[in-house]
Design a protein around this ligand. Structure first.
Ligand code: SF4
Ligand code: SF4
Ligand code: FES
Length: 362
């Protein structure tokens, strides 16, 4: 592997030939802000927030795509660089809704953080703003194109990581935005509803459909018997949210919190996962004994099922016919549980706390 020597802000660092200024700076411990760059997924030089001064170059260069060469000298924090980056962010803000107070990503938005760090206290460039309708037709994902900064991190994630490729740039010029072909709703096309595009989005242009209000309404309804199931992954993720060390399991705390919210009963999706395993196991035995289609593949994940239905319909016979643990719990709750507890199934409000947006599609 050929190595080259690069000088970043006076610090000498050795990196692989073919690497970029951004990676060299990271190796040297020098921070360069980025927006459209997503490690190993998206490096397209679109946003220009990572501009740096390269000795000998006529103009400022985007660090995320500028290739290193031996002896390259780079300055990342000159007045010219800071001014250019600030202007780039100000231009982004000039066509961005100023509704941080009510935005789903407030406090966790890369654009907001960057504006804060750059000391931007006013929008210098006032002018026309994009006015796209908010797309909340999906049961799982909400798209607000007015907040899109055209970084294309979602496009690259959907294409390169998920292998789905249903997002792309649509329209031209000022009306450019990210969307689906012919503006079809995500639920109706080959989107897996996996939510990875939401994870990739640096701003509030993509978000999970929020059903919290429905849950509060049910909890406040005295005629409802409210039950909740929560999945194995949730008890670990919730630990991180509350500052508990990463990987620590908070099953007891989660149960206690859900009871305090007002749920009458709290159930563990691990239980219905066992039912799914038994069903799938029986189905596998039957397939083996009766010459059924093999190999049998699990049907636990609704995202995977939707992906398979759209992309590999010829493989559908390999999928188990068993319901997912979430669905199986829902069915059991309104039959076996209702009968055992002597509750009218029509009064049961069954809520689930799941780690994946695709679960909302079931
Ligand atoms: S939910 Fe998944 S499949 Fe659908 S657009 Fe987002 S990344 Fe692509
Ligand atoms: S929706 Fe989000 S991730 Fe996709 S291009 Fe717009 S800002 Fe970037
Ligand atoms: S992060 Fe380099 S151009 Fe966007």
């Amino acid at each position: 592997m050929e190595m080259v020597n690069v000088i970043i802000d006076g610090k000498s660092v050795e990196v692989e030939k073919g690497s970029t200024v951004l990676l060299a700076a990271q190796k040297a411990g020098v921070h360069i802000p980025t927006l459209c760059y997503l490690k190993d997924v998206n490096a397209i030089g679109a946003c220009r927030v990572c501009l740096v001064e390269v000795k000998g170059a006529k103009a400022l260069q985007p660090a995320c795509v500028y290739p290193v060469s031996d002896g390259l000298e780079v300055h990342t924090n000159t007045p010219k660089v800071r001014e250019a980056r600030k202007a780039v962010v100000e231009l982004l803000l000039s066509n961005h809704p100023a509704d941080c107070l009510t935005c789903v990503r407030s406090g966790n938005c890369e654009l907001q953080t960057m504006a804060q760090q750059m000391g931007i206290r006013e929008i210098r460039f006032e002018g026309e703003k994009s006015t796209f309708p908010i797309d909340d037709r999906s049961v799982a994902i909400v798209r607000d194109p007015n907040k899109c900064i055209l970084c294309r991190r979602c496009v690259a994630t959907c294409q390169k990581v998920q292998g789905v490729s249903i997002l792309g740039l649509v329209n031209r010029g000022f009306n450019s935005t990210v969307g689906t072909a012919f503006n079809h709703p995500l639920d109706d096309i080959n989107c897996a509803l996996c939510g990875q595009c939401i994870n990739a989005c640096p701003v509030g242009a993509l978000s999970e459909k929020d059903d919290t209000a429905k849950v509060w309404a049910a909890l406040a309804d005295e005629n409802k018997h409210c039950i909740v199931q929560f999945s194995p992954a949730v008890r670990i993720a919730i630990s991180e949210e509350f500052g508990i060390p990463m990987g620590e399991i908070s099953t007891g705390k989660t149960v206690a919190a859900l009871r305090r919210l007002g749920f009458d009963k709290v159930f563990d999706t691990n239980w219905s996962a066992d039912l799914t395993i038994m069903e799938e196991g029986n189905e596998l035995l039957q397939r083996i004994q009766n010459g059924g289609v093999l190999p049998q593949i699990t049907s636990c994940s609704p995202g995977w099922i939707k992906y398979c239905e759209h992309h590999y319909p010829d493989q559908l016979d390999h999928l188990s016919s068993a319901k997912s643990p979430q669905q199986m719990f829902g069915a059991i709750a309104k039959t076996y549980y209702a009968e055992k507890a002597g509750i009218d199934p029509a009064t049961i409000f069954s809520c689930s706390v799941m780690p994946c947006t695709a679960k909302k599609y079931e």
